[in-house]
Write a protein that binds this ligand. Structure first.
Ligand code: ATP
Ligand code: MG
Length: 276
């Protein structure tokens, strides 16, 4: 039986979405991430249903997605659904469209046509500051790390929280905790160029996870790592996943793909060529 819910009652009384959020202070804390997204009423209702009826909700949905770069077609009619809390690999040969797909989900690249829904929000319908707010809920580990060379490890990681306007003691505490999680607390005053490739990768992961994102995306996160480091990095992703984050990883690494029974989507020439 679905428990009686004060929010549902408020909706039934004809209040608008914002009225409901303003009135329900307690629930506002629980759905803080959703507020930052300023989700559509429908998106909120889906989360709400999930909370009360425990049905899976769709975190990422792609409908007839096409992307052209001049005459070349990087994505060709991609249709995909990834539920909240899934752990998904995206694989395929070089040039198949993996990075392009991840950048679309992150809202960094706009589709030529088609729609992308992130937690019920259609990326075609938002831009500017709203898109920036949504992206705070997505951690992205770039293939080439994109660390700021003139900032220390600590600063690279804490910057992601500073933009949220959280108080500094909170930022400092959370940055230390995240650096400890990736095993790099002892390198906090180093600069990226003083780190090994694996250490830089872990800083990039720390920066992506510090905001406890709804979605963690990683592009070839084990590209240049030896098998031991690869295992460490994958353990980190599993740890983040175990806390409820939806994880999407693009990889060529066959060893990773052999492991476990993770959902794997195969891309080829910009199309979904299969799924395991
Ligand atoms: N900014 C761009 N301008 C022009 N073409 C691009 C751009 N980005 C990607 N492409 C093209 O789109 C196609 C898909 O590229 P993408 O980087 O998504 O492939 P990938 O699967 O990530 O490859 P890899 O495994 O080598 O990283 C390629 O043909 C690439 O040349
Ligand atoms: Mg790529």
């Amino acid at each position: 039986m679905i428990p009686e819910d004060p929010l549902a009652t408020l909706f039934q009384c004809g209040n608008t979405f914002l009225d409901v959020l303003r009135t329900a202070q307690v629930d506002a804390a629980r759905f803080r991430n959703m507020f930052q997204l300023r989700v559509s009423e429908r998106g909120y209702e889906r989360l709400h249903n999930k909370e009360f009826s425990k049905q899976a909700i769709c975190m990422i949905q792609l409908f007839h997605l096409y992307k052209n770069f001049g005459p070349s077609l990087a994505l060709n009619d991609i249709n995909l659904k990834i539920d909240e809390g899934e752990f998904v690999f995206i694989t395929g040969p070089s040039g198949a469209g993996k990075t392009t797909l991840l950048r679309m989900i992150f809202g960094e690249e706009r589709p030529t046509s088609g729609n992308i829904l992130i937690n019920g929000v259609n990326l075609n319908r938002i831009k500017g500051s709203k898109l920036a707010l949504l992206r705070r809920n997505i951690g992205f580990v770039f293939q080439d790390f994109k660390l700021l060379p003139k900032k220390t490890v600590f600063e690279n990681v804490s910057l992601a929280l500073e933009v949220t306007g959280e108080p500094y003691p909170f930022i400092r505490k959370k940055t230390h905790r995240t650096l400890r999680l990736v095993g790099l607390d002892h390198k906090k005053i180093s600069y990226p160029l003083q780190l090994s490739g694996g250490e830089q990768q872990r800083v990039a992961i720390a920066r992506a996870i510090i905001q406890s994102p709804l979605i963690l995306i990683a592009d070839e996160p084990t590209g240049n790592l030896d098998p031991d480091l690869t295992r460490d990095i994958m353990d980190l992703f599993r740890c983040v996943h175990s806390k409820g984050t939806t994880v999407v990883i693009a990889t060529h690494n066959r060893e990773l793909l052999k492991e476990g029974a993770q959902r794997t989507i195969f891309l080829n020439h910009g199309r979904v060529a299969g799924e395991k």
